[in-house]
Design a binder for this molecule. Sequence first.
Ligand SMILES: Cc1ncc(COP(=O)(O)O)c(C=O)c1O
Length: 405
Amino acid sequence: MMRPVPGACDTRPPFSCIPKGAAEFPEGLVTPAFIIDEAALARNAHVLGQLAKETGCRVLLAQKAFSNYDFYPVFADALAGTEASGLYEARLGRETLPGAECHVFSAAYRDDEFDELLSYADHIVFNSPGQLARFAKKAKAAGKSIGLRINPEKSTQEEHAIYDPCAPGSRLGTTRAQWDAQMTPELVSLLDGLHFHTLCEQDAGPLAVTLAAVEEKFGDVLARMKWLNFGGGHHITRPGYHTGILRECIRKAQDAWGVSVYLEPGEAWALNAGYLACRVLDVTENSGIRSAVLDASAACHMPDVLEMPYRPPLFGAGEPGEKAYTYRLAGPTCLAGDVIGDYSFDRELVPGRLLLFGDMAIYTTCKTNTFNGMPLPAIFSRKTDGTLVKVKTFGYQDFKGRLGR
Ligand SMILES: Cc1ncc(COP(=O)(O)O)c(C=O)c1O
């Protein structure tokens, strides 16, 4: 195993807790490995906890973004509860944070899971009047708080259409036209709250625009609700986020409609709080493009790089051409498009060189896969004193076990 090469100091937010980058890790660190930074998680939790304390809103953890439950104790004092996308996440939230609220939203629930779901969830949010009609009476009889996801039909993001629930024809949320056509007085009487989720990695300005659309389309029904859930996509813990505008939005909803306000961010809890450590396996050159093949894969270990798509931050590396040596970093799988991005370095890359991608705690560990028989990265905790503690390692059985007997 070669010694990690210290990178240049990197002051970008994804690396602010780790000034020496890969050089902070033990020489024998087996890669690929996710390293979750407890100091960074605690910093995010502090910001979200203060927001809740000062505004009276209740902040949930959307587990779809980050569900490494060994770290939930870091959030415990700040969060009101968890948000789940279905049965398994609801169960995880209930099991790991038994005293906290357990909310669930799914685009459609299954008959054969609903009774079990009722045993975990406190709030159940339905996507359509049809789902409400099918399940809400049963949920209400079980003492659950019932919500309907609304679609204010106000797109506020252009860059990532795949993440826009307000796109024309969207299946996500009930539009006002659908409400008018299908919501009978009996169905309306079952509702305790409304839910919207329209943002993705956004500041509070787009939230204010969305809230105005919610008021325009659903203002008349909001006054009879007990709560309003603003969904996720709020990048509250990123530097420069306009918390003042968010606070105004919360206060406006509390004052205008007398509702309790819930937020359910995922990313904000674990933003800039994780790294993916990996090594160079080989360097090739073709038509003037130098590629470094890594032991980490975009397709298997950081699929948002391809889905979003985006180029993840890499400790100490520059834009292509900025430093002396530019490489295309790519995974070892058969997928030609398993490319992470182009980066430049002060020194040539050689096999064994340790590299560190940043902001790797969100939408990563919960989205990994073993395509091509790729190993799943180990998960480590970086304690506040800088030591690494193994949380979990994976092996052949984790690959084989999902494929057959
Ligand atoms: C209904 C709902 N709530 C919360 C979230 C969390 O969003 P984020 O992780 O961007 O904050 C999502 C993400 O897709 C969502 O669909």
